[in-house]
Design a protein around this ligand. Structure first.
Ligand code: 2M8
Length: 447
């Protein structure tokens, strides 16, 4: 920033630093999402972390996913946070108050919502890496894939049974945190319909202590809404049917729906390989097809961009963000729409913007009014999102595109800070540094 030269680690040194971050963030029980800002296990972070870990120690990668799935709720939900003893993060387990929830796990404390279903993708990647790393790792990873499959299936079934309400076919979220893109402008309109009541218990944010500038994090007004939704869920006793019926936030999330379709595909492949029940494989094929159709049906007739849907007001949400490219991840959109999206992605509105330090898509287009290059999910580039695009493009056979994005991802992260997110023009790391999932995806790119 400010004309200062950015450090550029050569690839072997960068990989060594990334490995070091994962080791340093290991409490012995879990790898925390970040050392100070996020001292617990997060659901989708753990999936990406396991992919990075597989490059270092397959056993440790397996243990991480086992720990997450040991906290799976009895109805199938994989919780968004598995809490450690650390109390430096708010809201912690007491505020969530899930201990009394009927479906909650008994031996571990968790939050009461979920996060994007990328876990099957992680299992697939860990397995592929283990197979290349040696016979012992291969045997362990195959046993693991067989053992975790029914849990993954139950998690996917939960998303269909409880979280695919109405006719849009989109997987719905009941809190912006479930999207993983907490304060994305995607959620501004639905959050306008969330009115924190006088009964919102007072609270003190802890996140602002751990970032350079409060402007990198969501606002207090946004936090009041985040906390109010928790209050509503607590009152509903974390009964999913009640929450989906009554919560003041219910949105069909197109990005999660695309990830869900891809994860179902992966789960089918694994299930076929390991001889899982054909009825369950049929379910997965059916869910994947419906999810893809829902993503395709959401595309705007002019821009081609996929859209979320506010299920409380039954309106499409036209805000253009990185999530608009969801059909490029999972496929299924008509060819002309796909071509439009690819050229938009390459254009100066997105990855081709002339002032970007690294040619990878930011969370919001720099051309969009309201774009904020420093604020969290409102503009910065996120290495983990770039990784998802590289993975999906590789799978779709777009090797050249995948390689280009991967090179951009390295350009973004080669300063060795392992920032949580980056200022797109200067490459300044923002939010936390030594963020585990950033280190993990860099390791995967480098190996
Ligand atoms: C961020 O979210 C948490 C709440 O879940 C927070 O801001 O306190 C998001 O970037 C989310 O996607 C991520 O999983 C989490 C941990 O890295 O941090």
């Amino acid at each position: 920033a400010g004309g200062r030269r950015r450090v550029r680690y050569p690839e072997p040194a960068l990989a060594a630093r990334a490995a070091r971050v994962l080791r340093d963030n290991d409490t012995g029980a879990v790898i925390t999402a970040a050392p100070r800002l996020y001292p617990h296990m997060w659901s989708w972070d753990a999936a990406f972390i396991s992919i990075g870990l597989a490059r270092l120690d397959v056993q440790r990668a397996i243990a991480e996913l086992d720990t997450l799935f040991a906290a799976q709720w009895r109805n199938g939900m994989v919780p968004h946070i598995v809490f450690t003893e650390n109390d430096a993060y708010f809201p912690g387990p007491d505020r969530w108050g899930t201990d009394e929830a009927l479906d909650g796990p008994r031996h571990v404390r968790t939050s009461g919502i979920c996060q994007p279903p990328v876990h099957a993708i992680a299992v697939r990647r860990v397995l592929d890496i283990a197979r290349r790393s040696g016979p012992d790792d291969r045997i362990d990873a195959e046993r693991f894939a067989r053992r975790i499959w029914p849990k993954l299936y139950a998690w996917h079934r939960w998303l269909v049974e409880y979280r695919t309400p109405g006719s849009s076919g989109l997987v719905a979220i009941v809190h912006g945190w479930e999207s993983g893109m907490d304060n994305s402008p995607r959620w501004d309109v639905p959050y306008d319909g969330v009115h924190p009541g006088a009964a919102l218990p007072p609270y003190v944010r802890k996140d602002l202590r751990n970032v350079g500038d409060p402007g990198e994090r969501p606002t207090d007004r946004e936090y009041d809404r985040y906390l109010w939704l928790i209050e509503e869920m607590r009152r509903a006793g974390y009964d999913q049917r009640k929450i989906v019926a009554n919560s003041s936030f219910l949105v069909g999330d197109v990005f999660i729906t695309a990830l869900f379709a891809m994860s179902c595909d992966v789960l089918i492949e694994l299930g076929e390989e390991f001889g899982q029940d054909t009825d369950e494989l049929h379910d997965l094929a059916d869910w994947a097809a419906k999810a893809r159709d829902a993503v395709a049906a959401s595309c705007h007739s002019v821009s081609g961009m996929a859209r979320d849907r506010d299920l409380r007001t039954n309106r499409w949400l036209d805000t253009q963000t990185i999530a608009g490219f969801s059909p490029l991840l999972c496929g299924g959109a008509p060819d002309d729409v796909q071509l439009r999206l690819l050229s938009l992605l390459d254009s100066d509105r997105w990855s081709g913007h002339p002032d970007l330090l690294a040619p990878v898509p930011p969370s919001v287009s720099p051309m969009r009014p309201g774009f904020n290059p420093r604020q969290y999910w409102r503009g910065p580039q996120w290495p983990v999102i770039v990784w998802l695009f590289t993975w999906a493009f590789e799978r779709r056979g777009w090797h050249e595109r995948a390689r280009h994005l991967r090179d951009g991802g390295i350009r973004l992260t080669e300063d060795g800070s392992f920032g949580e997110y980056f200022q797109p023009f200067t490459g300044e790391p923002l939010g936390s540094t030594e963020q585990s999932w950033t280190a993990a995806v860099v390791l995967d790119w480098l190996c």
